[in-house]
Design a protein. Structure first.
Length: 132
């Protein structure tokens, strides 16, 4: 199993192998993922399938557009796949989420009022992330 913090380190290394403009863009996505982990104190938790959906909702609630949050999700999913080729990583927690983005966000919006939420308090799935 791999922790969120370890995964972020792998993502940074992988992002830095890209051309400069791409690398900068990818590092923004990685920074967003890291901010999510820090905001919820889960940097040392084992990554599981919930983390991608929770991060997607977190980005949207924190003000990123659907397009930007989707782009960041795609970037991090790609970085995960690249890192998985070099390291023994479990199945990608991002794979399932990529096809369910709209449904996840719509369910979150239907369940809660965005206006009354603080993005640092909001998660739609059960914790701890260390459970598989």
């Amino acid at each position: 199993n791999i922790t969120l913090r370890q995964l972020i380190s792998l993502f940074r290394v992988e992002a830095l192998t890209k051309p400069e403009v791409t690398s900068r863009s990818y590092l923004k996505a990685v920074a967003s993922f890291e901010q999510f982990g820090d905001a919820h104190g889960i940097g040392d938790a084992t990554v599981c399938n919930n983390v991608a959906a929770e991060w997607l909702v977190y980005m949207f609630v924190c003000g990123l557009s659907f397009k930007t949050s989707g782009y960041y999700l795609d970037v991090v999913a790609g970085l995960y796949n690249s890192a998985a080729k070099k390291h023994a990583l479990p199945e990608s927690p991002f794979k399932r989420i990529k096809t369910q983005r709209k449904t996840i966000l719509q369910n979150a919006l239907n369940a809660y009022s965005i206006c009354s939420m603080n993005c640092s308090e909001y998660l739609i799935f059960a914790h701890p992330l260390s459970s598989q």
